[in-house]
Design a protein around this ligand. Structure first.
Ligand SMILES: Nc1ncnc2c1ncn2[C@@H]1O[C@H](COP(=O)(O)OP(=O)(O)OP(=O)(O)O)[C@@H](O)[C@H]1O
Ligand code: SF4
Ligand SMILES: [Mg+2]
Length: 317
């Protein structure tokens, strides 16, 4: 299988002013194969959205490469345009920002396609209406404004809008997080159907482990700008190996029956990415940390069907 998205050694640093910088992503490598759904999980501030914005060209890249369908977009003069043309779309948590309140919703749906392909307004409207129907909305809604729709309907409109650009890869950055559970489940089921019908691939960013369990095929766990564990969802969620993944999943009530050591409880705060801890970045919070952990940076290596960056993963099993 060839990777649709391959990220190698991505580094992203934000400039904070007065000469201060913050390295939000420190050497992230990820591979996402065609037709899969990779969930990127981790606490707030771990750098998930920064990775997402780098992939679609909306945020900075300091070094490393991002290859989409064989093209390295980091070299493109306008990375957002290059990513859009190759077929990357992003859906955010708040649908209102993506939808112009003055426009009828069909126009918001048609807009990305109008930017990427030659104009032909009549066909754009007809296509937009067909897309609204495809995401489960009535064609009669095409002339309404975003404010006349419910939150779930608005998120369906932003999904139709992403589809209008004929994407291959859709990044869902907390796209279902604001919806209540039943609407969320419907939208996730819709996304999974669309994936099969349109041959899509998803990068799913979510705090909501229910959403991850429902649609992810693969999981990557981020801590302070680095990936600590990644592999098939069955392995990473079913039998987490990295102490951080274990602690993160232990906090999820629906996963209470999971096989993992009882000592793991996530305490303390995620550190400051501007001043990350030495050695393993998780060591100040890890109950299994020793002096070696505080000194040496753990390198990711294969462990039981996934990759794990922890010095002690074998002995802790
Ligand atoms: N534009 C920016 N300028 C400066 N710092 C930023 C910027 N965007 C994000 N950061 C910082 O970079 C780090 C990673 O942020 P990011 O938004 O990528 O995390 P996240 O994992 O998506 O968090 P959340 O789950 O809260 O959305 C954080 O410390 C954040 O404060
Ligand atoms: S390397 Fe050490 S501190 Fe880091 S997760 Fe593994 S045991 Fe904990
Ligand atoms: Mg985010």
């Amino acid at each position: 299988m060839t990777a649709l998205l391959e990220i190698r050694d991505l580094v992203v640093t934000y400039r904070l002013g007065f000469g201060r910088t913050l390295r939000a992503v420190s050497g992230v490598s990820l591979q996402l194969d065609q037709g899969r759904t990779l969930a990127l999980i981790g606490e707030s501030g771990s750098g998930k959205s920064t990775v997402a914005r780098a992939v679609c060209g909306l945020g900075p890249v300091e070094s490393g490469s991002i290859t989409i369908a064989g093209t390295d977009v980091t070299a493109a003069p306008d990375r957002a345009v290059a990513a859009g043309k190759i077929g990357v779309q992003i859906v955010f948590q708040d649908p209102t920002t993506a939808l112009d309140p003055r426009w009828p919703i069909w126009r918001s749906v048609a807009e990305p396609r109008g930017r990427l392909f030659p104009p032909s307004p009549d066909r754009h409207r007809a296509r937009a209406v067909a897309l609204l129907e495809r995401v489960g909305l009535d064609a009669a809604m095409a002339d309404r404004r975003a404010s006349q729709l419910s939150g779930g309907q608005r998120q369906r409109v932003t999904i139709a809008r992403a589809l209008s650009a004929e994407p291959r890869l859709i990044i869902l950055d907390e796209a279902v997080s604001a919806l209540d559970v039943s609407v969320r489940n419907e939208v996730l089921a819709l996304l999974d159907d669309l994936k099969r019908e349109a041959g899509l691939t998803y990068l799913l960013i979510s705090h909501d482990m229910g959403a991850v369990i429902q649609i992810a095929t693969d999981v990557a766990v981020m801590y302070l700008g680095q990936i600590v564990e990644q592999g098939p969802a069955q392995q990473v969620i079913g039998a987490p190996a990295h102490p951080y993944t274990q602690a993160l999943l232990r906090a999820v009530p629906s996963l209470e029956g999971l096989a993992m050591p009882a000592r793991m409880r996530l305490t303390g705060e995620i550190g400051d990415p501007a001043r990350p801890p030495s050695g393993c970045r998780f060591h100040p919070r890890c109950p299994s940390a020793n002096a070696h952990c505080a000194r040496e940076i753990p390198i990711a290596r294969p462990y039981q069907g996934r990759s794990v960056a922890c010095h002690r993963v074998e002995e802790l099993a």
